[in-house]
Design a protein around this ligand. Structure first.
Ligand code: ZN
Length: 316
């Protein structure tokens, strides 16, 4: 079978900076296609990649490790057949960004062992992002985070500027435990040399992968729609208060909101109870002024959504 298409798998726990890294890698390889798997029902990540003129496909509302047979395999088959039919190839490589709660093992297994796919795609490797600020805590709590580190071909440490020395030290101890031989790189303020990342993916003759068992996921998502533009300072206060009181339960918050006094939408993100500084996105004609926030919780969240709805009274 001629011309297997290279595939790079991007993994990393909720809020660890996968999409920021993907942005960097796409600047390096603009002739790419992207498949994004998001756990929440409302996809947010494609908004972050709006600067790139590339094909982005979204598989949302679940995680690839549970849906891999159901949706990823037929999706990749269709993508390849469409690619073969075109004389002018629409892309030369693929990035798959898995959801932050996905166990990468079934995805890797499919790419390497499903015969039809394995002949037409070539797995270049898996890159896993780990946050210096929240990584140790997530690795101590969630087996999903452990498998993402254990199966990585290269680890990219992110958010080192947000981490204390103790947090970074605790993370390094976990990396030593779960992936002692895996190359490690460090992003500085979200910036990293794409060449160095790909150089770290060079195949090695053998590597020990710890297999960790994943019980049923205990993650739930909820989506919040903000029908009208908001005053950011108010929403910020409400979110900070909400995250502070429910830090143990909310593992991730992300979304795009529109403010009353600025045409540029804001990208809003939190992980591990920490609300990051919002990032201004470039305005698009398709922006409809309706904000969307997605929260991922550890455990069911009916009670939490009631609390949040109550707090939102103070935003409008
Ligand atoms: Zn799953």
């Amino acid at each position: 079978m001629p011309n297997p298409i290279p595939v790079t798998l991007l993994s990393g726990f909720l809020g660890s900076g996968k999409t920021t890294l993907l942005n960097r890698l796409l600047s390096h390889y603009p002739h790419s296609a992207v498949i994004i798997n998001e756990f929440g029902a409302t996809p947010i990540d494609p908004q972050l990649l709006r600067e790139h003129n590339i094909a982005i496909s979204t598989l949302s509302g679940g995680c690839l490790c549970c849906q891999v047979k159901g949706s990823l395999t037929p999706f990749l088959k269709n993508l390849r057949m469409g690619w073969e039919a075109k004389a002018d190839k629409p892309f030369e490589r693929i990035f798959i960004e898995t959801s932050g709660v996905a166990n990468p093992e079934p995805v890797l297994d499919t790419l390497l062992r499903e015969r039809w796919l394995a002949a037409r795609y070539r797995l270049e490797g898996m890159i896993t992002t780990v946050s210096a600020a929240t990584g140790a805590e997530m690795l101590s709590r969630f087996p999903e985070a452990q498998t993402q580190v254990a199966w990585a071909d290269a680890l990219v440490m992110t958010q080192t500027d947000l981490a204390t020395a103790e947090q970074t030290e605790a993370l390094l101890a976990y990396l030593q435990k779960f992936a002692p031989a895996t190359p490690r790189l460090q992003a500085v303020n979200g910036e990293i040399d794409a060449n160095a990342v790909f150089a770290a993916l060079k195949p090695v003759p053998y590597r020990l992968k710890q297999t960790l068992s994943i019980p049923e996921h205990s993650f739930f998502s909820m989506s919040l729609l903000l029908e009208q533009p908001i005053e950011w300072a108010r929403l910020q206060r409400v979110l900070e208060d909400f995250l502070h009181h429910h830090a143990g339960q909310i593992v991730r918050l992300k979304g795009v909101v529109y403010t009353a006094d600025d045409p540029q939408p804001l990208l809003v993100q939190a992980a591990g109870g920490l609300l990051f500084a919002p990032v201004r996105l470039s305005p698009k004609a398709s922006d409809d002024g309706r904000g969307r926030l997605v929260l991922i919780t550890d455990g069911e969240n009916a009670g939490l959504s009631a609390v949040l709805m109550d707090k939102l009274k103070f935003v409008y």
